[in-house]
Design a protein around this ligand. Sequence first.
Ligand code: PEP
Length: 255
Amino acid sequence: MTDAPSRVRSLVAGNWKMNGLEASLNAAAAVRDALPGLGANAPGVMICPPATLLTALAAVAAGSALTVGAQDCHPAPSGAHTGDISAEMVKDAGASAVIVGHSERRADHGELDRIVREKAAAAHRAGLTAIVCIGETKGERLAGLTLDVVRRQLRASIPSASTAANLVVAYEPVWAIGTGLTPKPADVAEVHETIRKSLIGHLGEAARGVRILYGGSVKPDNARELLALPDVNGALVGGASLKADDFLAIIAAAA
Ligand code: PEP
């Protein structure tokens, strides 16, 4: 554990990935309606739908504690980039955050740390929080490289002007995403401690306030143990965020 464990309001963010049609807004509304009953220790709650639902989900969330994030953005504010959306467009659609560097983007679109950093900087330029994802592959873990990998990804993916207000880091072991596998709690704690120390090295003492989320097969039955670990300040949840009941159980585990 780091010397002075950070006291930050945790965040539970749902990543819907390429799932969700208009009817899925009912699940978001059910989450929204349950939040007032969670009490004073409730975490921040965010849903990151596909871009097609950003505006509609922002309307569902309006006036409630539910916040909205996007799943990606282009580094440029506008221009000839067919099919992409800019951070400014994400903001305009009603989101307050954007995920960058998710391992599925790194794998499917060849995104390297440099482009992830540019996307995070674009998020900051637009006034969004950047949720920067990092994490090792199975091969890297088996080779004992996990801590080196997350240190390298952090150094290369995080804009130097990041603050606790505009940066969230999500530690997502690639081999745990969508597989039902999770690292041992002690391994999660070790990586989060390493991330915290690296962040302090890059950003100074203010980095104690940066939220570090764990992501990778978080479910209602493992959330409490994972979320209680030192320097785990919430969760990034994929599959289990698609059903309101499961997502709410994870949110309750963070409260
Ligand atoms: C994710 O895609 O960010 C994720 C953590 O997925 P899952 O919870 O389904 O493993």
